[in-house]
Design a protein around this ligand. Structure first.
Ligand code: ZN
Ligand code: ZN
Ligand code: FE
Length: 742
């Protein structure tokens, strides 16, 4: 503001308050107009102006322009910025500024770490992890000079005063300059080795993305057998050799948030990259450099791309601590590269995918967190614990929902600890004392248990806590409604793998009437047996057998489909016995389980190496232009018996799997359309809200939305909140807020 005021020859003052910025300006009308237009056109890339209120005032005759000290007007807190990718000006400074030549922790007001280094508010250097690096005289003068790009940039540092990079080999420090470290890393990658590299929000493991052996060895050492790996390219042009990039996707790739973007691979993939990156899939997670070190590394490499995958073990949180990384990556990586800037708040890379004409978030973390989401209801003091897998929690302040970063699957103690710690930190950072705690219906979720435990702890200190329970799929729909500021009755379509239903069974193909207070289940897919309970998630072939048993009864033995022959007879027979006798066979109607079943029938995925492998491989086979579908039966629930029968027949006849996969997708779409048309007739609702992990499937979403719009429905999809369980906590939050308000 100061700079713009000076340039336009305006007088007056500017003041930061926790409710926004106030500017008092005096000057010629033309200059005021220019200033106003500069606000729109010259604001920093990472800034966003949510609203401007202009009032006429009496001139007071100022002689200059000044910055007045901040005012605290209320309990509202100043926003914390997400971490910002390094800017072009800083990259240039790194080549030209004497004290920052090759200094890779360079940053300015427009870029650099934020959320990851903040320990407390206000956002001042002593409250960040840069507190133990006093600025040198040069940095101080830049920091204090109002016309400098580093004016009040808290993490400002240089070669002389800032944290440095360090190289470790077999647990020992290897002394060397930064350029030596970069060269060593490049050399190791070129040789097919693996490098552990500290980033903004945690460590990554890096190797040559074109070297099949390196990728396989990374998988083996990390214990990540088949889950797809993200790849970092030097620039958009290089990425364009192996994936297709639309204008929307390009904007996402180069945005200051710098997420991983899921892109459709093109023919060039096989000649440039290792097939082991994403076996059986047609998409690749792509990102561009966002730290100066990434750029330096890319400069030293001739290869087009490196794998850049989270530095963690078997579903645990990414490592952030230097000593831990040096010890634990000793077995995994040939080199470990650390830096001395401590990571306080851990964040993974975010993941987005274009569906329709918009970019949509699948994993909300670096670059997005902790941006609050504005909500219409007051959510103050509500803490929503989230679900179990790909967990996030959400905490309310005023009319803002603070959705935590992606926490992960609450299945191992380190992730559970990360979860508890982050809740504590959010409470402290945003100064929120919970008075309402919301959990899922599922009593065994770690999030549910933690919520109940926290209630006891808080009550022990004399506080009054209200507990609220929200059904999983209702929460999904409410999350999407909150994103679009809907507070009315809608048709909700919540499709995912699992979630405890009000009848005690596992749900996940819910078509409901819903508002923010409650829901009424209208239809769903028919229940199928889950032989061995949760085991079916790892072994989708069991769901295939269950679906076929549901269709053929004991005659299923005569089918002899190729996938059945790949299962040892003894194992197959054992599962069939379970199904016949109904021993250990809980019920599910999860659409994800239906996708699993068909993926296994098609022999795509009998045993699943990661969440959603079967459905993702099924989606990979979908082909535009195949329009047929199978008939479902709308009874009390939607029956897929005729669908499974026809699929089994077509497999026996040798019909192309692309045909079957696409027709199955079309079938699910048709079943939804038929159901919502009936609901509209009866209830007169026009708004259809889609949520749940199944709606990460691009083919499904785009075709479903197209057909719904053809029927003149208003369709609501997630954009800035993940459709998967990473968004559930926001839904829990607004439902609790609504119930409280009534
Ligand atoms: Zn910068
Ligand atoms: Zn310095
Ligand atoms: Fe879910």
């Amino acid at each position: 503001m100061y700079r713009l005021a000076m340039e336009n020859g305006l007088r007056g003052w500017v003041r930061n308050t926790n409710e926004g910025l106030t500017i008092f300006l005096e000057g010629a009308p033309g200059s005021l107009k220019n200033f106003r237009s500069d606000l729109n056109h010259r604001s920093p890339e990472a800034s966003s102006i949510t609203g401007i209120i202009i009032e006429d005032v009496k001139p007071e005759g100022f002689s200059g322009f000044e910055i007045r000290s901040s005012l605290n007007l209320s309990d509202e807190i100043t926003e914390i910025s997400p971490d910002i990718a390094v800017c072009a000006a800083c990259l240039n400074d790194m080549k030209t500024q004497q004290h920052r030549i090759d200094y890779p922790l360079i940053n300015c007001t427009h870029c650099g770490p934020r959320f990851t280094i903040i320990k407390d508010l206000p956002y001042d250097r002593p409250n960040t992890t840069m507190d133990n690096f006093p600025m040198c005289a040069t940095c101080t003068s830049e920091y204090e000079h109002i016309l400098d790009r580093r004016f009040h940039a808290q993490p400002v540092a240089c070669n002389r005063c800032g944290p440095a990079y360090e190289l470790w080999k077999k647990g020992r420090a290897v002394p060397g300059s930064l350029s030596e470290i970069v060269r060593e890393a490049a050399e190791e990658i070129r040789r097919g080795g693996i490098v552990a590299l500290k980033g903004v929000g945690g460590f990554h493991l890096v190797c040559d993305a074109g070297n099949q052996d390196a990728v396989l060895s990374l998988r083996k050492r990390k214990g990540r057998e088949s889950k797809p790996l993200a790849v970092m390219f030097r620039d958009v042009e290089q990425a364009g050799q192996v994936v297709r990039i639309s204008p929307v996707e390009e904007r996402a790739l180069i945005s200051w948030r710098r997420p991983i973007v899921l892109l459709q691979q093109s023919d060039g993939f096989s000649s440039h990259l290792a097939p082991a990156l994403n076996e059986g899939l047609a998409t690749l997670g792509v990102l561009l450099p966002y730290m100066p070190f990434h750029y330096l590394l890319m400069e030293h490499l001739e290869i087009p791309a490196v794998v850049l995958t989270s530095g963690n073990f078997s579903e645990q949180p990414i490592l952030i601590e230097n000593n831990q990384a040096i010890n634990q990556f000793g077995r995994v990586a040939d080199l470990v590269i650390t830096h001395q800037r401590e990571i306080y708040n851990r964040v993974d890379d975010s993941v987005v995918r274009q569906m329709g004409d918009q970019e949509r978030l699948f994993r909300r973390a670096r670059g997005f967190c902790p941006d609050p989401l504005p909500v219409t209801l007051p959510v103050n003091g509500i803490l929503a614990m989230g679900a179990e897998l790909v967990n996030s929690f959400c905490i309310g302040k005023g009319n803002r929902a603070y959705l935590s970063q992606y926490i992960g699957d609450l299945k191992n103690p380190p992730t559970q600890e990360f979860y508890r710690d982050t809740i504590d930190r959010f409470r402290k950072l945003f100064r929120i004392e919970p008075t309402v705690i919301v959990t899922d219906l599922h009593p065994e979720y770690y999030s549910t248990k933690s919520g109940r435990e926290l209630k006891l702890i808080l009550e022990h200190t004399g506080k009054q806590i209200t507990m609220e329970e929200v059904q999983h799929h209702h929460a999904h729909i409410a999350a999407c409604m909150a994103e679009h500021h809907l507070d009315e009755q809608v048709i909700g379509v919540a499709f995912d793998g699992t979630g405890l239903g009000s009848d005690g069974h596992s749900w996940g193909s819910e078509i409901m009437l819903a508002d923010l207070e409650r829901f009424q289940r209208i239809s769903h897919f028919e229940y199928l047996l889950m032989p061995g309970g949760d085991k079916v998630v790892e072994q989708p072939w069991r769901m295939a057998l269950s679906a076929l048993y549901h269709t053929y009864g004991e005659k299923v033995r005569k089918l002899n489909l190729p996938f059945m022959l790949r299962i040892p007879e003894e194992e197959r027979e054992w599962i069939l016995q379970m199904l016949c006798k109904r021993v250990n066979t809980p019920l599910t109607c999860g659409a994800g389980r239906y996708f699993d079943a068909v993926a296994a029938m098609l022999n795509l995925c009998l045993r699943s190496g990661y969440e959603g492998e079967g459905p993702m491989k099924l989606e990979a086979l979908t082909t535009e232009g195949i329009t047929g579908c199978y008939p479902v039966e709308h009874q009390e629930a939607i029956s897929f018996v005729p669908v499974f029968r026809m699929i089994a027949q077509e497999i026996s006849l040798g019909v192309q799997p692309e045909q079957i996969a696409t027709k199955f997708h079309n079938t699910v779409i048709t079943a939804i359309i038929q159901t919502v048309l009936v609901i509209r007739k009866e209830h007169g609702l026009e708004r259809v809200v889609l949520s749940g992990g199944v709606f990460q499937n691009r083919y499904l979403v785009e075709h479903l939305v197209m057909q719904l719009e053809k029927e003149k429905f208003n369709v609501y999809l997630h954009a800035v909140v993940p459709p998967n369980d990473g968004g559930v906590s926001l839904g829990q939050l607004v439902i609790a807020a609504k119930r409280r308000a009534i």
